[in-house]
Design a protein around this ligand. Structure first.
Ligand code: FES
Ligand SMILES: [Fe+2]
Length: 417
């Protein structure tokens, strides 16, 4: 079945206008944390321009149903779950079960002539709950295997995935392009997580992205861990960047801790889920204390719900508790607010409709746009024309090419021998 929107346009020049403003359809998206859905009152969530009502089915699983009542358009999410596994519309009491069937009309009684007639059924979205996150299939095609769209750690019993959510008042694609370019060490130079690990004057990385089938990873050899940039840059006119070196005193104290914390970051298990961009709207990084994902879910054209998935692999129960405690008290604030609000501040007023002059360090962003446009027009299985360095096939990219943490772990194992 084709899941696209017609012929794939030419992918040259400025293709930003071809990027769908409300995201790619026919993919799995996170909708809500399972614990937010109660048994008495339904909930509303909006994504990709869809309005969805959530309630609990007979066996407790979360059901996603269209939020507009087929009768006369009232909101099911404003109704009540009178009977187990159903939701009743607040207006005339049409009751829907978890298959979307209209099973009662409370304002007309058991003999209602319209109840269950063709046209009374509501659309139900396929859902799947993983690690406490309810994922919803958005699209008209048959759902694809969810493993293709949701990071590998969600299917791994040993992985701890902690989840956070923030809203950014910008388009999803603008939100997503805020990664794998040279901005990090500049924009975030005073963020706690960056300052503690020492200052790197340049942030450039990802000039030669590697295509891994569902997105791109950055070549390890171009990362700041392998290719040290100067601590301070000197310009011919005498300018220095950073302007002073005071922070080195601070870093001298904190850097050993930061490096220790990095050892807590689990490398991805497969190159397909390496750091970088991944469909339908993720950016992943080995960063801070965990392998983290920013999943940018379009809500409206200028509103994005950013989900954070923080993955660790605690060795035991105590460590698991520690990771939870640290995320709840400190790390959530450090990453989702202190660090990420700096991005949001820039993106809020960033223009996306004026001419651009791109740099070599924007290479990954350029390829990512091409991939999004290809999949929007050609569907989720459309072939993507990209030649990897060294002629590597997308599913043959070795982990050591795209994961610094994997390399570090290998070195540690070798050191022990
Ligand atoms: S509009 Fe929903 S029952 Fe009438
Ligand atoms: Fe950033």
């Amino acid at each position: 079945m084709s899941t696209g929107h017609g012929a794939i346009p030419k992918l040259s020049g400025d293709i930003r206008p071809l990027i769908p403003k409300l995201g790619l359809r026919n993919y799995w998206y996170p909708a809500i944390a399972d614990t937010n859905v109660g048994t008495r009152k339904p909930l509303k969530v909006a994504l990709l321009g869809e309005e969805i009502c959530l309630f609990r089915g007979v066996t407790g699983g979360v059901v996603a149903i269209q939020d507009v009542c087929p009768h006369r358009g009232a909101r099911l999410s404003e109704g009540v779950c009178h009977y187990r596994g159903t939701v009743a519309c607040p207006y005339h009491g049409w009751v829907y079960d978890e298959s979307g069937k209209n099973v009662a009309v409370l304002s007309e009684g058991p003999d209602s002539g319209v109840c269950g007639k063709p046209g009374t059924e509501a659309h139900v979205y396929p859902t799947r709950t993983l690690k406490g996150v309810v994922f919803v299939w958005i699209g008209d095609a048959e759902p694809a295997p969810i493993e293709q769209d949701v990071p590998e750690e969600f299917f791994d019993a040993d992985a701890l995935v902690q989840v956070g959510q923030v809203y950014w008042k910008c388009n999803w694609e603008v939100a997503l392009e805020n990664s794998m370019d040279s901005h990090v060490n500049y924009v975030h130079r005073n963020a706690v997580v960056v300052a503690r690990a020492g200052f790197i004057a340049r942030g450039a990385q990802g000039e030669h992205p590697l295509y891994v089938g569902n997105g791109f990873g950055g070549d390890v050899s171009e990362s700041n861990y392998m290719r040290r940039s100067p601590r301070q840059d000197l310009y011919p006119n005498g300018w220095k960047w950073p302007k002073t070196n005071y922070r080195r005193f601070f870093t001298w104290l904190t850097k050993p801790l930061a490096e220790r914390a990095r050892r807590n970051i689990p490398p991805p298990r497969s190159a397909r889920w390496c750091g970088g961009h991944h469909l339908p709207g993720m950016f992943r990084a080995e960063f801070g204390w965990d392998l983290y994902t920013r999943m940018c879910v379009p809500v409206e054209e200028h509103l994005t719900r950013v989900w954070y998935y923080h993955c660790t692999r605690p060795k035991n129960g105590a460590r698991r508790l520690w990771d939870r405690l640290m995320y709840a008290t400190l790390r959530r604030w450090i990453i989702e607010y202190n660090f990420s609000r700096q991005d949001e501040a820039v993106m809020l007023n960033q223009r996306y409709d004026t001419p651009e002059k791109l740099s070599g360090t924007d290479a990954e962003v350029i390829q990512w746009r091409k991939l999004v446009v290809t999949r929007h027009y050609g569907g989720r299985d459309a072939p993507f024309d990209y030649r990897n360095p060294d002629g590597l096939a997308p599913d043959a990219v070795p982990l050591e090419r795209v994961s610094v943490r994997y390399l570090q772990e290998q070195a540690r194992v070798r050191g022990r021998r």
